[in-house]
Design a binder for this molecule. Structure first.
Ligand SMILES: [Zn+2]
Length: 136
């Protein structure tokens, strides 16, 4: 019996730049040049004004835990040995939300409103994921 492959994002035309910059340990977000709205995940048009005049802007990488959930039952073999698995919704200072995980934090210690900052986890040669750690 082999364990299932852990699911990873598959970069596409809209988010390739996001993952390229993650490999450089930089967190970038899409911002509309016409109305200045940040949006995530990256998409070809602004959610507010539908403009395709978008730019990539480096995020400060700081935010707070907006909400979270903890999985205690394996929904996939890929999670064997990784439970409990905490998924956090981080609201960045730029106003957008990133779904991620916290590192170096017991799931029982996660609190809504906890200040966090980005760190990067190099999963393989192609994928580096933005994760978050508590700001002490
Ligand atoms: Zn816009």
């Amino acid at each position: 019996m082999t364990s299932a492959q852990f699911p990873l994002p598959v970069p596409n035309l809209d988010n390739q730049e996001f993952f390229d910059k993650c490999r450089e340990h930089r967190l970038v977000l899409r911002r509309c040049r016409d109305c200045a709205l940040f949006s995530h995940p990256p998409r070809p048009n602004c959610l507010n004004c539908a403009s395709d005049n978008l730019e990539w802007v480096e995020s400060k990488g700081r935010g707070v835990v907006y909400t979270f959930t903890i999985t205690r039952q394996p929904v996939s073999r890929a999670f064997e040995g990784r439970l409990p698995w905490a998924v956090v919704d981080v609201k960045l200072e730029e106003g957008v939300h990133l779904i991620s995980n916290l590192v170096d934090c017991d799931p029982e210690e996660i609190e809504i409103g906890m200040a966090v900052e980005v760190v990067f986890e190099e999963v393989n040669a192609e994928i580096t994921l933005p994760k978050f750690k508590r700001v002490s």
